[in-house]
Write a protein that binds this ligand. Structure first.
Ligand SMILES: [Zn+2]
Length: 300
């Protein structure tokens, strides 16, 4: 028994030892698996985080890219028109005589009807060859507390000039500003009748009348861009007002539109009282060069 015990006991011991070793091995394996699994978990988790982050940025990317192209196209759209709108400006800056009057001038009988170029509105040329349509309706305001109106865009410059003159002791009394198409037509027809009464034919009377009263649509008063200044008994050319205007009006964008020595081009009598807004740049160039608007715009 003892022997047997002796014989068997080592077997049992070795068996137990083996069992214990197997258990230890199992534990180690389990621990390793646990470690491995947790590493994998951590890796997957972190990968998921990255994935989520990537997806978020992708989602943001979706909104951003979807926003970006919108922005980009908006930018492109907003930039392109700006470029387009600024380009003509730079062109007109280097070439002042660019105007809407690219069409050939018409005649008193058959005038060219024009549309106002929004960008170069201040250079709009009207005369017996170029007329605005009878439907033209400017945005008018009363100037200097008077009963006379001008186009709102011109009125502010007139007021500025008026106040500057006032500081120099000169009052530029607004005498006749905007005139409606109908008023112009009535005045013009009255003048035609006057010349017919003097023995002129209707055709002759129309041409003669147009040198004093412009046909409807061809007067700068119909545009609301011109003001006849001061109504006094003396010849306007002899007044302090006229002298002040000659020296200073261009600084405010106004020109004497119908000079004495250019009547063959303007087809209008000398009118020292008629002052037209063309913008400061053009006014100064016209004053310095002695050109009239027709010559300046290249349609004389
Ligand atoms: Zn006038």
């Amino acid at each position: 028994m003892i022997e047997m015990n002796k014989n068997t006991s080592p077997d049992k011991k070795s068996l137990k030892a083996r069992e214990s070793n197997a258990a230890k091995f199992l534990c180690v394996v389990l621990a390793l698996i646990t470690v491995f699994v947790s590493i994998v978990c951590v890796a997957v988790h972190s990968n998921n985080k990255k994935l989520i982050a990537a997806q978020t940025s992708a989602a943001g990317g979706d909104t951003v890219p979807s926003a970006k192209p919108v922005d980009a196209t908006q930018n492109n759209n907003s930039v392109k028109p700006v470029e387009k709108t600024t380009e003509p400006v730079s062109v007109t800056e280097t070439q002042p005589p660019v105007t809407h009057n690219t069409a050939q001038p018409g005649t008193i009988e058959n005038p060219t009807i024009i549309t106002i170029d929004e960008e170069n509105w201040h250079l709009t040329l009207v005369n017996s060859g170029y007329r605005i349509p009878d439907t033209y309706s400017p945005d008018l305001v009363y100037v200097c507390g008077s009963g006379e109106r001008l186009d709102r865009k011109v009125a502010e410059h007139y007021e500025e000039m008026y106040n500057a003159a006032l500081k120099d002791g000169v009052t530029l009394t607004p005498c006749s500003g905007y005139r409606s198409y109908e008023t112009q037509e009535r005045n013009y027809n009255r003048k035609i009748e006057f010349y017919q009464g003097q023995g002129y034919s209707y055709e002759e009377a129309k041409v003669k009348a147009a040198t004093i009263i412009m046909p409807p649509g061809s007067s700068e008063h119909n545009l609301g861009y011109a003001m006849d200044i001061v109504c006094v008994d003396e010849w306007f050319e002899d007044t302090a007002e006229f002298k002040w205007l000659q020296e200073n009006a261009a600084d405010y964008g106004f020109i004497m539109r119908y000079p004495e020595d250019k009547q063959d081009i303007t087809k209008v009598i000398y009118e020292p009282w008629h002052w037209r807004y063309v913008g400061v740049e053009a006014a100064k160039e016209l004053k310095d060069s002695g050109l009239v608007l027709e010559e300046y715009l290249g349609v004389a």
